[in-house]
Design a protein around this ligand. Structure first.
Ligand code: NAG
Ligand code: NAG
Ligand code: NAG
Length: 509
């Protein structure tokens, strides 16, 4: 998930440590990558980096090529931007390039927990977020998404009336509510008296939780770099407490239909002898990992589809065909439709549009601590010496996703970029005549590849599927520009737009 965090935490740690001050005297040794210490003692390039990491790294690439070492607040980071060498980087052993050192620190700082038993976590994720477990969760997500989506529009009697909204908030909210209810379950029907009452209460509760979560989310980038004002610090503590409470083991006891994943994580921690208050804190991490990227991805995908009518009509046709093939059709006010896991696997056009969206919007640092002196061998055979105590970072967004030799016209959205002429999924891309092993890395790669990716993809596909079969949607301003990205969240995963976009939707007629 959030690799910039690891990086920033490193910065903070080095601020406190102060030991790196000695780095002032550092010189490039033979065999090392080009060294650029930046204009300011100790801080190096930190200010420019902080302002816009992507622009900064693009400038460095122009100047030094595809591997170089920069100084950021006392820390030396070797940045790797060669697409053909990324495979070697992500598959390097944990004894040389370590990730785990950082993830522990992050969890402690942000969520107030000590992570151990990391292995077990991944096992649980693999069990519940892929294969059969994934099928069950997708099914639950599907019906919850429909409940959440149809809630507003049911209130409007006239089907031809457009409803206006803000696309980013809309997408994030829909995904949040549906996945919260899918993972953390629902109020028990017995306690509410009837199915309808229970449903109403679930929607109301998830709205309250969403508003708390949004406030926490808003403060997150500053929390990560330790730049909160005293007032904001108090606010964050208050929000965390309220979220821990809402997701607590005690609260879960009163709920039905909790996902197996959440139940197993809870049980697992109990068996480890963890205090209940600590388990509550872990629950917020689960909510966090299930949310932080899905909502913004949903926003970008819908935005690009609305912005590119030819993409919209191609995806819409695919969605309609799949629904028809399954023998179903949308009846307004009628029963919900049943979009199965199987149907979602037969949608190459939507897959391609989604992959294209992620290519353009995921800015993820793959960050490692160097824990012994080592030689790093590039794909062209050049070898570079890397020092123990430094860090290494790869940045696929520049290295691969926007390399014009791999993707022509790399900054424009082409919904069919990942399709072969025969309509099948395209998986081979080349640079300088060589096949690029990882042609798209929105989820990281190797051992640290995001284990929740299958669920995330399904969730996004479901969301778009349902939006398109139920609604006509369009931008309020057909000439709407692509919003700038929020630079404070660059490197954290999916970028966020710096402003919202107006759109409108109504029942398909
Ligand atoms: C949409 O965003 C604008 C500006 O950010 C805000 O004033 C407005 O209340 C929002 N509308 C809705 C329906 O959320
Ligand atoms: C929730 O659980 C109850 C009882 O276990 C089951 O009958 C019902 O179908 C479940 N509801 C959903 C939406 O999964
Ligand atoms: C949807 O279809 C799947 C697979 O055929 C089935 O297992 C499931 O029970 C159906 N769900 C609903 C709500 O009809």
């Amino acid at each position: 998930m959030t690799f910039l965090l690891y990086l920033l935490l490193g910065l903070v740690a080095s601020l406190i440590g102060g030991l790196y001050l000695f780095g002032v005297f550092r010189q490039r040794r033979p065999g090392e990558p080009p060294l650029d210490k930046g204009p300011i003692p100790w801080l190096g390039h930190a200010i420019e980096f902080h302002r816009h990491p992507v622009k900064f790294l693009e400038r460095m690439k122009q100047k030094h090529g595809e591997i170089f070492t920069v100084r950021l607040a006392g820390m030396y980071i070797t940045v790797l931007l060669d697409p053909l060498s990324l495979a070697a980087f992500v598959h390097e052993s944990e004894e040389k390039l370590s990730l785990s050192k950082f993830s522990v620190k992050v969890a402690e700082r942000i969520f107030g927990v000590k992570i151990s038993g990391h292995e077990k976590h991944s096992t649980l994720i693999n069990k519940h977020l892929r294969g059969d477990g994934l099928e069950v969760l997708t099914q639950t997500m599907m019906s919850n998404l429909q409940d959440v989506m149809l809630q507003n529009i049911c209130l409007s009697l006239d089907r031809k009336t457009w409803i206006e909204d803000n696309l980013s908030v809309f997408s994030i909210k829909m995904i949040f509510k549906a996945s919260y209810l899918s993972l953390f379950g629902k109020v028990s029907q017995k306690s509410c008296g009837s199915v309808e009452k229970a449903k109403e209460k679930d929607l109301a509760d998830s709205q309250v939780l969403f508003s708390e979560y949004s406030k926490f989310y808003h403060l997150f980038p500053k929390l990560a770099v330790g730049l909160l004002t005293p007032w904001e610090k108090m606010e964050v503590e208050k929000l965390k407490k309220s979220l821990w409470n809402a997701l607590s083991v005690q609260k879960l006891k009163t709920r039905d239909n909790i996902s197996r994943w959440v139940l197993d994580v809870e049980q697992d921690h109990q068996e480890m002898g963890m205090k209940e208050s600590m388990i509550d804190r872990h629950m917020l991490i689960l909510l966090w990992v299930s949310q932080s990227n899905a909502g913004p991805s949903a926003f970008w995908l819908l935005f690009f589809l609305m912005k590119h009518p030819e993409a919209m009509s191609a995806v819409k046709k695919e969605v309609d065909d799949i629904l028809k093939e399954s023998g179903q059709k949308v009846v307004h006010g009628g029963p919900l439709i049943n979009v199965t896991y199987d149907m979602l696997t037969k949608m190459p056009i939507l897959d391609s549009a989604l992959e294209e969206t992620l290519r353009l919007t995921v800015t993820l640092f793959l960050f490692r601590s160097v824990i012994q002196d080592m030689a790093f061998k590039m794909a062209d055979g050049c070898e570079y010496q890397i020092r123990n105590g430094d860090s290494m970072a790869a940045f696929p967004y520049i290295a691969i996703h926007t390399d014009p030799e791999i993707y022509s016209d790399p900054h424009s959205f082409k919904y069919n970029r990942f399709l072969n002429p025969d309509g099948s999924k395209k998986t081979t891309f080349f640079k300088a005549g060589k096949k690029v092993k990882h042609h798209s890395m929105p989820w990281g790669a190797g051992t640290t590849m995001c284990p929740g990716r299958f669920f995330a993809l399904n969730e996004l596909k479901l969301f778009v599927f349902l939006m398109l079969v139920y609604f006509d949607l369009e931008l309020m301003d057909p000439e709407e520009e692509i919003p700038d990205v929020d630079t404070s969240r660059l490197g954290f995963g999916v970028t966020h737009p710096s402003r919202d976009v107006r759109f409108r939707y109504r029942h398909r007629v």
